[in-house]
Design a binder for this molecule. Structure first.
Ligand code: FAD
Length: 253
C-alpha cells in the first residue's frame, strides 16, 4: 500500500459533481497520477487552497472523504455555508485543473471492524460524508456478516444527496437504507422518495434497530445531541456510540 505523505502535497481537481441544491462533490488525483494512500473510511482530508489572495491563503479546512477506499481518487463533498469562506470558494471558484495543498487523510472516527454486532450509521444533512465512505467499505467487504442500517435524515428532496449511490448499494448488498424527511415538499412521495416524516426519535430507534448495534453518527450539533441522549436513554452501551463533529465539539449531555 502507498504510504502516507508528511506535510503538504499538491492534488489536482479532476471532476466536480452537484449532489443536491447546496452540496458539490470534488474529485482529486495526485498531480503526477501516482497512487494515493488508501484512507480509513471516516477519515478526513485537511487542505489549503492554492492562491495568492491573502483572504484564503493560509486557511486550513478539513473535509471527510466520501468515497470508497481506493488509491487513485479522493472525493470530498462540500456543503456551501452562508458566508462560509472556504466552502463558498470551493463552490464558486475551484475548477477542474486547479490544485490544492493537502495533508494526508487522518482522523479517528473509523469503523471497528473486528466485532460482530449490527452496525447502524445515522447521518443528518452533510454529516453523511464519513458514513458514506464507511457504507461503501461495508458493502464491498463480502466477508462481513453483520446487519447494516444506513439512516439518512434530510429536510426534503432538495437536500437528498447521494440517493442514487445509496439505492444502488442497498440493491447489491444487505444494507437497509432508511430515509427521513423532516419537512417534505408537496411533491415528495412517502414510500418512494423517503420512508418517514419528521425527526429520528427515541421511540422510532427502539422499535426499528437492534440496541446492541455499533452506532456511528454525524450531523448538526442539535441532531447529534438528541441522538446521543436517545441512545443513552435506551440503554445503549456508551462503548458502542461513535460520532464526529464537523466543528467545535459540543457538550453532548
Ligand atoms: C472532521 C471534520 C470533517 C468535516 N467534513 C465536512 C464535509 O465532509 N463536508 C462539509 O461540507 N463540511 C465538512 N466539515 C466542515 C468544514 O471543515 C468547514 O468547517 C465548513 O465547510 C465551513 O467552512 P467555511 O470556511 O465555509 O466557513 P467559515 O468561514 O469557517 O465560517 C463561516 C460561518 O459559518 C459557521 N459555520 C462553520 N461551519 C459550519 C457548518 N458546518 N454548519 C453551519 N455553520 C457553520 C461559522 O461558525 C461561521 O459563523 C468538516 C469539519 C470537520 C472538523
Amino acid at each position: 500500500m502507498n504510504s502516507k505523505w508528511i506535510g503538504f502535497k499538491e492534488l489536482v481537481l479532476v471532476d466536480r459533481v452537484k449532489e443536491c441544491d447546496d452540496i458539490v462533490s470534488f474529485y482529486f488525483k495526485s498531480v503526477d497520477d501516482s497512487k494515493l494512500p488508501i484512507h480509513e473510511p471516516g477519515q478526513y482530508l485537511p487542505f489549503k487552497i492554492k492562491t495568492d489572495d491573502a483572504k484564503y491563503k493560509d486557511e486550513l479546512r478539513t473535509y471527510s472523504l466520501s468515497m470508497a477506499p481506493n488509491e487513485s481518487i479522493y472525493r470530498i463533498s462540500v456543503k456551501k455555508i452562508q458566508n462560509g469562506l472556504i466552502s463558498t470558494y470551493l463552490h464558486e471558484n475551484l475548477n477542474i485543473g486547479d490544485k490544492i495543498d493537502a495533508m494526508a487523510p487522518c482522523g479517528l472516527f473509523t469503523l471497528k471492524e473486528n466485532k460482530s454486532n449490527p452496525i447502524v450509521l445515522i447521518s443528518g444533512g452533510i454529516g453523511i460524508t464519513p458514513l458514506l465512505s464507511m457504507v461503501y467499505k461495508l458493502s464491498i467487504n463480502k466477508k462481513i456478516n453483520r446487519e447494516i442500517y444506513f439512516i439518512q435524515a434530510v429536510q426534503n428532496s432538495t437536500q437528498h444527496a447521494f440517493r442514487y449511490d445509496l439505492d444502488k448499494l442497498s440493491e447489491i448488498s444487505n444494507i437497509k437504507n432508511i430515509v427521513f424527511y423532516s419537512n417534505p415538499l408537496k411533491g415528495d412521495i412517502n414510500g418512494k422518495d423517503y420512508d418517514f416524516t419528521g425527526y429520528i426519535t427515541e421511540d422510532w430507534i427502539s422499535k426499528n434497530v437492534p440496541l446492541n448495534s455499533e452506532f456511528y453518527f454525524c450531523g448538526p450539533p442539535i441532531f447529534m445531541k438528541s441522538l446521543n441522549k436517545s441512545l443513552i436513554n435506551l440503554g445503549v452501551d456508551k462503548k458502542n456510540i461513535n460520532y464526529e463533529f464537523f466543528g467545535e465539539p459540543t457538550d453532548m449531555e
